[in-house]
Each structure stands twice: as C-alpha cells, then as structure tokens.
Write a protein that binds this ligand. Structure first.
Ligand SMILES: Nc1ncnc2c1ncn2[C@@H]1O[C@H](COP(=O)(O)OP(=O)(O)OP(=O)(O)O)[C@@H](O)[C@H]1O
Length: 360
C-alpha cells in the first residue's frame, strides 16, 4: 500500500484519557481515494490530523511511499511541512489580498518563474477556473473559492491530499456537483487522497474505499457497495442507509434451512449463506428500505404509519400486524394514505444478520 496507517491512536491530554482515535489501521493504494465517515466526535478529524502530522500519534505507525512519517514506539514524528502532504479545510481560507493566481502559486515560490506560471495555469485549468486568474477571492462564489483552495493544495504536487469536510459550508446542490468534480479532478491528476465527511452520500460519491468510525474505532474499511450490502457491524448497518433490524430465527422451511422473518421465510444462497450458530437460533435481520417491496398480491400486510416524500419515491414507515416496524422505499406514484394497509414482501439480495440484542 502507498499509505499505511497501522494501529494508530490519538489521545488528547493525559496518557490515560480515552483515545479519540483507538488503534485504527487503514491503507490506500497509490491514486486511491479514501473517505473517513462517521458521526460527530467519532475521531475522523483527529485521525486525519495525525496523518498530516498536526497531532502526534500516541501509538502506531504511519508510512507513505516507504517513508515513515510517524512511529510512536520509536518516538518519530515528522513535522507536517516535511510530509509532502497537501491539505484542504472546510473554510478554504484563501489569502484575501492575493489574486486567485497568486493563491494557487503560494506553495511554488521555489520554482523558476516560467515553471511556476505554467503550473498555476495547469492547476486553474484542472479546476475549470482558468478565466479567473486575476480576480480576487471575494469576487468568486463559495464553490469557486473551494476549487481554488483545491488547486492551491494540488499545485506543489503533494504525495497525498487530505481534505477535512471540504464542502460543509456550501449548500446541498453545490456539494453534490462538487463532490463529482472533485473525484474527476483527483483521478485526472492521479492524486492519492483521504477525505473526512459525515455525509454518506458524499462518501459514496467520492470514495474508492470508505471507513466508518465510531467512538474512536474503525468499524469497517471497505468499498461503498460492501459497506451498504455487507455491513460488518450493527453500527455500520444502522449508520449507512435506511433500515431496521427485524427479529428472525434460523429454522427449516420444508426441510431446507431458512430464515423465518416477519415477512416470511427467506432462504440463504451460496453468496449469502444462512448464519451459523446464533444462541437458540435467534438473530436479527437487517431489512433495508429497498429490501421491502410494495406488492398488493402479497399475503403480508402492513399499516402505513408515516411517509416522507423524496421525489421519485416515498420512504414509508410501516407496522406489521405483529407490531414490528419496517421501512420501505415505494415509487412515489403509489401514493397511499397514512393508516392504510398495503401488501408487502421481502426482496432481499443480501442476508445480513446479527446476534439478537437482549435489551432491544
Ligand atoms: N484539541 C482537542 N483537545 C481535546 N479533545 C479533543 C480535541 N480535538 C478533538 N477532541 C475530542 O476527540 C474526539 C474526536 O474528535 P474529532 O474532532 O476527531 O471527531 P470528528 O469525528 O472529526 O467530529 P466532527 O465531525 O464533529 O468534527 C471528540 O471527543 C473530541 O471532543
């Protein structure tokens, strides 16, 4: 791997304080985009800052392209400016008294003038703002300023680009288009990048690999498809997408093993074998809103408790006769009233089960 973060911990204050980052390991291949995702306070920014060298790792090692950047056991900690790492922060902090071109050229002072100007022009072209070179930052929109911040960070050819919530001060529409653009720019320039966000759509739009953090720990480090369809923990399953945990039981269905669920028996497949030994064969099945299909011919009926319009679809909150609650995405031309009973069935491609939690 190009970037290796090995069992890194970050602690603020006393050695015995709870770790903000607790023995986290991740790796990125050259040119890959990694995203750290998780709720506020889970430690994403602290991990990013440890990679940047802005925080000292209390334990673990960080290496990049064969160089050791941090090694807590050996007491080694390279200063941020010697790590060949570029950074883009949330508040894009362009220098207001410099032009756009001067901002982009800020880290290139050591280059001969002609080379420097060529690099500035190339970076401005990369972010689609070649025409804005002579403007002042305040003459640009928020999204344009953030693209200049990106050009400025990429100009000195960092080996790794770190981005901390780069779009959080922008409005939702702009965020989505910039996320797509950012991915194209990073891929076109072959940049290896690690980005922090709490927005899962942004993480999925950008990341080749996404890490979900919770209470300082890394719960899973995987591609977006795997995170969604094969969450490794109950926390990841609950944090990503819409879904519920339905009580289920491993039992025989006409002699074949099956999972008995409130929506009927579901058979395992070679790809998704039925779970092995749950105590008493009881477990909980993750049922995502897109695993539950509206079907008037189904014998299973559910009452609509709530519905949220999402344009192309509704997100229905449903209650079965037995009291279990489910979520379902239903095309928005199926506009049923709250309180109405509709037919539903399960269409589950991936059986994801967890041990049943006693207190639930
Ligand atoms: N400089 C600091 N001094 C003391 N504690 C800190 C410091 N920075 C962060 N923490 C604590 O470390 C934990 C992780 O914080 P961190 O900022 O890394 O989380 P985060 O996931 O990036 O959160 P957010 O999305 O809100 O920025 C939190 O409990 C936070 O209060």
């Amino acid at each position: 791997m190009f970037l290796n973060v090995e069992s890194v911990s970050v602690r603020y204050g006393h050695r015995t304080a709870r770790a903000a980052v607790d023995a986290v390991s991740i790796g990125l291949a050259a040119g890959e985009i990694g995203v750290l995702l998780g709720p506020s306070g889970c430690g994403k920014t602290s991990l990013l800052r440890a990679v940047a060298g802005l925080e000292r790792a209390a334990a673990g090692r960080i290496t990049m392209a064969g160089r050791t950047l941090s090694d807590a056991a050996a007491g080694l900690h390279l200063a941020p400016e010697t790590r060949r790492v570029g950074m883009v922060f949330q508040d894009y902090a362009l220098f207001p008294h410099l032009t756009v071109a001067e901002n982009v050229g800020f880290g290139l002072k050591a280059l001969p003038r002609a080379e420097r100007e060529a690099r500035i022009a190339a970076m401005l072209a990369l972010v689609g703002l070649g025409h804005a070179a002579r403007r002042a930052p305040h003459q640009l929109s928020g999204g344009q300023q953030q693209r200049i911040a990106l050009a400025r960070a990429l100009a000195p050819r960092p080996e790794l680009l770190l981005l901390d919530e780069p779009f959080s001060s922008l409005d939702a529409d702009l965020r989505e288009s910039l996320a797509q653009e950012l991915r194209t720019i990073l891929k076109d320039s072959g940049t290896t990048a690690l980005l922090v966000t709490h927005d899962q759509l942004e993480a999925f739009a950008l990341g080749d690999v996404v890490g979900v953090m919770h209470d300082g720990r890394l719960e899973q480090w995987a591609d977006p498809y795997t995170l969604y369809h094969r969450p490794a923990s109950r926390f990841v399953a609950g944090f990503i997408g819409h879904g519920v945990f339905a009580p289920a039981r491993v039992a025989a269905d006409g002699g074949r093993p099956a999972l008995q669920t409130p929506l009927g028996a579901l058979a395992g497949t070679a790809e998704c074998p039925l779970p092995g030994a749950f105590p008493g064969d009881d477990c909980e099945l993750l049922l995502r809103a897109d695993d539950v299909v509206h079907d008037d011919t189904s014998p299973v009926k559910a009452c609509i408790e709530r519905k949220a319009f999402r344009g192309a679809e509704f997100l229905y909150t449903l209650r079965l006769a037995g009291g279990e609650r489910l979520l379902a995405h239903v095309p928005s031309h199926h506009d049923h009233a709250i309180g109405e009973w509709i037919g539903i069935r399960a269409e589950v491609d991936h059986l994801v089960t967890f041990p049943r939690e006693a207190a639930r």
